[in-house]
Design a protein around this ligand. Sequence first.
Ligand code: SIN
Length: 478
Amino acid sequence: MRDRWLIDGHWLGDRCAAWLTVHDPATGAEIARVPSAGETEARQCVDAAAAAGRGWAAQPAEVRADLLDRAAETLDRRLADLARGITLECGKPLRESEGEVRYSSDYLRSAAREIRTLHEEPFETGRAGTRGVAVHEPIGVCAAVTPWNFPLAMLARKVAPAVAAGCTVVAKPAEETPLSALAFAEALQASGLPPGVLNVIVGEPAPIVDTWLADPRVRKLTFTGSTETGRLLLRGAAEQVIRCSMELGGHAAFIVLAGADVDQAVAGAMAAKFRNAGQTCICPNRFLVHRSIATAFTARLALAAAELVPGRGVDPASTLGPLINDAGVGKVRRHVADAVMRGARLVSGGQTEPLPGCLDRFFLPTVLADCGPDMLCFREETFGPVAPVMPVSDAEEAVRVANASPWGLAGYVFGPRPEAEAVARRLACGVVGVNEAAPSNARAPFGGVKWSGFGREGGPWGLMEYLTVKYLAIGQEG
Ligand code: SIN
């Protein structure tokens, strides 16, 4: 297990004065101690990335793509160890962590495919004698700041297109879950990534990120995290006019139309809502269910949710891990209490489950009936295993309530196909699953609108975030 920083190809930090402790969120046990970097190391990362950038950008696309393919194979070979590492530091069940490792190698392969097929684009300028060519160039040094809920995949989906494009990266994972990021960096290094192309440090966010944003050599910031932090980073990025991609909070609506197959909708709700104990940005946060089936949907969802088995992620029987910390548990409790106080009916869950040897962080899957837009859980992201259901009279009402949120990352519509697709097209968000509970895919564009941010990750859209377009206006000679 790597528990030092990677800067310019070297694993550093042994003599650091300050250290961060990484804990198992299920038990609170110490997993590792990692040196805590500051301004000096942040600057060293940029020095290394800027120096490596010249050579890396000059490599043929095929060389960069081959490297990413090899890195994907390394991740696949190390799947069991990487998955165990994710589970230990972030708590999710092992099976979900294995899925996250595969998801990460998908991003590496997808970026490799995209850069192989990217070509210069000649075009007609409309001016006699002048030919136009659009040339794609790497944007330069990219700063990546990643969250704890997908500690491997969120870094992979930033680093893969950056490296494919010919950029170099300085990265800071969340303090809660730095080990998966370091393991990812080691896997890329073992696959032949040259020193300095990817540099990873761990530490308190402000000194590191402020140093990066003040450095004119950093040309791109890519961030996944809360809207509140995103706003701060955007202000910081303004000074050097750094290009940004922001994947911020979500508040997904899950719409079930009249005539929907209730069992299919319940299965979809289970998969989308309780993944990672509800701690994903695209988890449904508001269930808007047609009145004619709301009672059946709610009852079946509560039955299915009761089948989930809370437990440590490393226990193969567990299907619901802990929340990441006590603050997360506190927020979930507040949302449930507020909903009940405002008239919601608690159908199942609503409390934590004490488990031997564990912290009090296992919130039972919770289903709330008769919810409404005035409740906290309908106004902000819960980031926990709570499914509040509001009956709606028709698709119009569902769309109106769904779009009333300032966030717009993901949405879901279950129901008869032509109508479900038409409703999906009216939702103000970046990703919509239509009779599909797991829309995320490394080949697809992922990102939001409004307070959920901007920029896309995945497929050709993700690659373009790391390229600038240079226009060559080529006239006649003489
Ligand atoms: C996220 O929670 O931000 C990522 C979820 C996904 O990629 O499916």
